[in-house]
Design a protein around this ligand. Structure first.
Ligand SMILES: [Zn+2]
Length: 299
């Protein structure tokens, strides 16, 4: 992609409270899934200040930041409080997604609390990390109803049913995700990591028919797919349904941005949508981040 427009929104990043970054061991014992991924000191954790530093270095104007899919609702609440404060203090650089634990009581109330405190949506939820069955239509019913009523999206972790194994791969595969999407046609769902390959099944007419409000983000793309995934998925689902996201700091934002920009075969209108416009529409960043105007982000 030619670098004609400097405006880039990273639609998928993660940040933690600085005290949690400093003492990850305590959380490795508090949450099984977190422990599996972060017991190794080489797994990167950053706080929101470091995230903004990475955005400055990469030339990213704005980022959507997630916490972590905690199973314990009290950890979700603590993380949400941190992200709300960090984003409010970010002068429009960050928008946040609230995290809730769908299998635990109070997920819908916490969803409402997050939206009241300015969350752009809920996510990145992870069925395996949080112990819920994504194919069970009831487990997310209350959360989905709050989000649909508010016109806010849900970001779900998605996994490929094939390919190499890696920590955190999980079981939220396209077949199970379709069961979920079928029950909630009015909910805007962002499927992370290219939807675990679901875009390829949109060639099946009955699958395309149930995917009304689904978009895909590119998080961790270089870890999972060859660069041709961009052109292929754009041809399959169109330019309005792909959000550029890095999964920073799991995969470096600057490096992924460079690789994306070097990619050929993407038209400038597609690039503008994928790199910023789609994220701004889906996460309603003009509502969520009022200070974005001074960065030329107003629509
Ligand atoms: Zn992620």
């Amino acid at each position: 992609m030619a670098d004609a427009s400097p405006l880039v929104v990273d639609a998928h990043t993660h940040a933690f409270p600085p005290e949690w970054v400093a003492d990850r061991t305590r959380h490795c014992t508090r949450d099984r899934w977190f422990g599996e991924l972060y017991e190794t000191p080489s797994a990167k954790m950053i706080d929101a200040r470091e995230l903004i530093g990475a955005m400055d270095a990469a030339g990213v104007a704005q980022a959507v930041v997630c916490g972590w899919p905690w199973a314990d609702p009290s950890l979700c609440q603590e993380h949400n409080d941190y992200l709300a404060d960090a984003c409010a203090a970010s002068a429009g650089r960050l928008a946040w997604l609230g995290v809730v634990s769908p299998a635990a009581p109070g997920a819908a109330a916490e969803t409402e609390r997050c939206l009241t405190h300015g969350a752009a949506g809920i996510g990145e939820l992870n069925a395996d990390a949080q112990g819920f069955d994504v194919a069970n239509p009831h487990v997310l019913a209350d959360v989905a109803s709050v989000l649909t009523g508010a016109g806010r999206p849900l970001l779900l972790h998605a996994s490929e049913p094939v390919g190499h194994r890696y920590p955190g791969k999980g079981t939220a595969t396209p077949d199970r995700l379709v069961d979920f999407l079928t029950v909630y046609p009015d909910l805007t769902v962002v499927l992370a990591h290219w939807g675990g390959g679901l875009p390829f099944y949109e060639l099946v007419p009955e699958i395309a028919a149930v995917i009304h409000n689904t978009v895909y983000d590119t998080a961790a793309s270089t870890y999972l797919y060859r660069p041709g995934v961009f052109r292929t998925v754009l041809d399959l689902v169109g330019p309005h349904r792909v959000l550029w996201g890095s999964d920073h700091p799991v995969l470096g934002m600057g490096k992924f941005l460079d690789r994306t920009r070097r990619m050929g075969g993407i038209r400038s209108d597609e690039r503008d949508l994928v790199m910023a416009g789609n994220a701004r529409r889906v996460y309603r960043l003009h509502d969520t981040v009022p200070n974005g105007d001074h960065m030329g982000l107003s629509e």
